[in-house]
Design a protein. Structure first.
Lengths: 349, 432
């Protein structure tokens, strides 16, 4: 049984090249382990060997993220690893960001499992915890030994494709990724037992924790709406009749744009709603109810707004994951910004 | 109310009459059954099959499933469909335990199919996801009458993409009626036989010092005593009514993983568990049933207020509350939790996670008071199903690229009842 091949990523300091003065170092590689890699190699034992160490300056990686990541992934690829270990970075911010970024990129580009280690409050944790595995470590390199042991233990499991248990058992920071699995008791039994505990005033642990959402800072208000170019956007599923581009009624995989140049009013003959999550009878009778072209054209004529953008953007919101919604929103925003739109009226259902 | 549920355990089903139950084997005269199903004129044909737990069979295009029942006397086991809508949940009811009648078949003109696909695998990894892989299933493979397939008919017009054309609604009603007739026909074999087991459900208060618990049941796609639930306000019912046929499925275009199939209402696990604890750990003082959902925030507010008021009127100390799944329903569902908690009624929620990639928190809507949730699984999680040599129900999926008999990767969303909010299953979801 051949040994698993591991590539270890380090920054310029831990690679022994230099300190802050070398933070601008472009990526490079060398055979075998170095620095803390030697401890890691011992922790991996006979099961695996560190075939190479790839390293880069923390400033270089953070200031040239795309170039540096591509170069590092390329260097790593040549060694055909079964696992990539980065750091541990402890509480070092730039190093943590580099480790997280490299691990995520390797995972996504090469499909090779990755693991890194950081102090839980390292700012890189929030960004990368779900895109790689982050082992919690102490705050400084004084805790190198236990960190390396943990990286080795988890790394070997990942390299072998073993199924991991929950974060607390396996020793990694929760990634907040939810997966279905079988419990030993039916939901009805668990629910009634949970209720009885609550009625006795005992603490319970929810099976589905509530999210904490980030907030988007609103841009400054439009100084003069009468000079603004306004676009209509909707998740209400309004499309030209017969849904020419076949957008799905639920779990839509795309967003679309359609011209409303010269259109003053949406009619039931030429437009429809294909949204599968609400009763579309009224929307089909008069699609302006969901995409108010008629009213916005009145505002345009009356000088309330400067002009209506010649296209409207749409998708079907039913069942859309927040990841997709976020991605579509960024793409739509890019499209509208390129068209020099000043403001959007977004109708949802 | 006091219900005696007499179970007649089915250990095999064999086609070949006369229809009778003998030593645990249900013998079925399939010609007679077929004639019964065809007599309304709604179907061009009906094939009758038996599939057993462990068979390498995949059922697709599943519409509904129902447990054969029989009620001696003048109250029907399927009130409002077969017989007048007299109050169920008391007296004696016979059930054929361990089996179900399952209806499968193609969609008709103007029938939306984006949520219609539902699969039951009788063996393999998919089998652990559905209660119905563990029952002997008598499958009615229905072929619609030609009139239902006529897309040029004005009745085939799809005005409301959620509930379908008038033709589709009528067809779905006809399918349920045929199913319930079949279930009643089979259930009647128990008329003069001694049962294997009798369980008494008695809602009388045994010990007034025990905490009083209500169960909020959010309903989607079901008829209440045969009538639409569209405009009703939350209604207090006896738990025994739910177990005894008051709530029957009528809508096929509803997510398979959380579809409120008739079988899961007849064998409602949360209701059953609360009944089992009644008089010992709690007093189960009622089910508060309400439709999910209104499109309008004022109606949602009214729905939630009314439901919680009913709970307060019966002196609830605690509540369980099931989520039907979907977007709009989540709002009144969460408002009920919030208002209960604020009224000092701790509420444990039973929730399927119907949406979201693994990184997605998955909530359509939530309130800070939703602190004790039991998850019945994340529908979007995918699993691998093996190839199956036999497929019943159709030649192609409605909205999946795979050939139905092939090995495939499929999300739980397509497996009937895999995440049912009735609490029957062991599927859950956890964070990693």
């Amino acid at each position: 049984m051949s040994k698993l091949r591991v590539v270890h990523y380090l920054n310029q300091f831990f690679a022994g090249v230099g300190g802050e003065d070398q933070a601008g170092l472009p990526p490079a590689a060398q055979e075998g382990p170095t620095g803390p890699g030697r401890l890691l190699a011992r922790a991996l034992g006979d099961a695996a060997e560190i075939v190479a160490t790839v390293y880069g300056g923390d400033d270089y990686v953070n200031e040239h993220p795309d170039e540096a990541t591509a170069a590092i992934v390329d260097l790593i690829r040549r060694y055909e690893p079964d696992l990539v270990v980065a750091g541990p970075a402890f509480n070092a911010g730039r190093y943590g960001l580099a480790c997280g970024r490299i691990c995520a990129a390797v995972q996504e580009a090469l499909g090779v499992p990755t693991v890194t280690g950081m102090y839980p409050e390292n700012p890189a944790v929030e960004l990368y915890r779900a895109r790689t595995y982050v082992v919690p470590t102490g705050i400084s390199a004084a805790q190198m030994a236990p960190a390396v042991e943990q990286l080795a233990a988890l790394g070997l499991k990942l390299a072998r494709g073993e199924r991991l248990g929950p974060p607390a058992e396996e020793g990694y920071l929760p990634r907040s990724l939810r997966f279905s699995q079988l419990d030993d008791r039916p939901a009805a039994v668990r629910a009634v037992e949970m209720l009885l505990k609550r009625l006795r005033g005992e603490p319970v642990e929810t099976e589905w924790p509530l999210p904490a959402y980030d907030r988007v800072a609103p841009p400054p208000p439009i100084p003069d709406l009468s000079r603004a170019k306004v676009a209509l956007v909707t998740s209400g599923g309004i499309v030209p009749k017969n849904n020419p581009d076949r957008i799905e009624s639920t779990f839509a995989t795309k967003w679309l744009k359609y011209s409303v140049a010269g259109v003053g009013d949406l009619t039931a003959q030429e437009w429809q709603s294909v949204h599968g999550g609400y009763d579309t009878t009224n929307a089909n009778a008069d699609p302006d109810r969901v995409l108010p072209i008629d009213v916005i054209r009145d505002f345009e004529r009356e000088g309330v707004i400067g002009s209506l953008h010649e296209e409207y953007l749409m998708t079907v919101g039913s069942g859309m994951s927040t990841d997709d919604a976020r991605r579509f929103a960024h793409e739509m925003a890019d499209n509208l910004r390129a068209a020099e739109v000043d403001a959007v009226i977004f109708t949802a259902t | 109310m006091r219900l005696e549920m007499a179970t007649y355990t089915v250990r095999d089903v064999q086609l070949g009459g006369p229809t009778r139950l003998s030593n645990g084997t249900l013998h079925v005269d399939s010609d007679e059954l077929r004639r019964l199903v065809l007599e309304g004129g709604d179907f061009a044909d009906c094939a009758v099959d038996v599939v057993r737990p462990g068979d390498e069979v995949r059922l697709i295009h599943v519409m509904d499933a129902v447990e054969p029942r029989y009620k001696p006397g003048d109250v029907s086991a399927f009130p409002g469909f077969l017989g007048l809508p007299r109050t169920a949940g008391e007296g004696r009811t016979h059930r054929l335990g361990g089996m179900a009648v399952v209806s499968v078949g193609e969609a008709v003109a103007g029938e939306p199919t984006y949520w219609r696909e539902a699969v039951i695998d009788m063996a393999g990894p998919g089998a652990s996801a559905s209660a119905l892989s563990g029952t002997f299933n008598l499958v009615l493979d229905l072929q619609p009458a030609a009139a239902y397939l006529d897309s040029s008919s004005p009745e085939a017009e799809l005005k409301n993409i959620m509930i379908g054309s008038p033709l589709a609604q009528r067809y779905n009603h006809a399918v349920r009626l045929a199913q319930f007739k079949a279930a009643a026909y089979l259930g009647s074999v128990t008329a003069d036989l001694p049962p294997d087991e009798v369980r008494i459900y008695d809602t009388a208060i045994v010990d007034p010092t025990l905490p009083r618990v209500v169960y909020f049941l959010q309903v989607n796609g079901c008829a209440l005593y045969g009538g639409s639930m569209e405009s009703i306000l939350p209604s207090l019912m006896s738990p025994t009514e739910i177990l005894d046929g008051a709530l029957l499925n009528i809508r096929t275009n509803s997510y398979a993983s959380v579809r409120q199939s008739t079988y899961f209402n007849q064998n409602h696990a949360v209701v059953d568990e609360l009944c089992a604890r009644h008089g010992r750990d709690l007093s189960f003082v009622g089910v508060i049933l309400y439709p999910g959902a209104a499109d309008d925030i004022a109606k949602k507010e009214l729905m939630a207020e009314w439901a919680v008021k009913q709970a307060r009127l019966v002196g609830a100390d605690g509540a369980c509350s099931s989520y039907a799944g979907g977007g709009h329903p989540c709002v009144e569902y969460m408002l009920i939790c919030q208002k209960c908690e604020q009224a000092g009624i701790p509420t444990v929620q039973v929730m399927p996670e119907t949406y979201g990639t693994p990184a997605d928190p998955g909530f359509v809507y939530f309130v800070p008071e939703a602190v004790s949730i039991v998850s019945t699984g994340r529908s979007t999680h995918r699993l691998e199903l093996p190839a199956m040599p036999r497929v019943i129900g159709g030649r192609e999926f409605f909205d999946l690229p795979d050939a139905p008999g092939d090995r495939m990767t499929i999300s739980y969303r397509y497996l009937l009842g895999s995440c049912t909010p009735t609490g029957h299953g062991r599927l859950t979801a956890r964070a990693y």
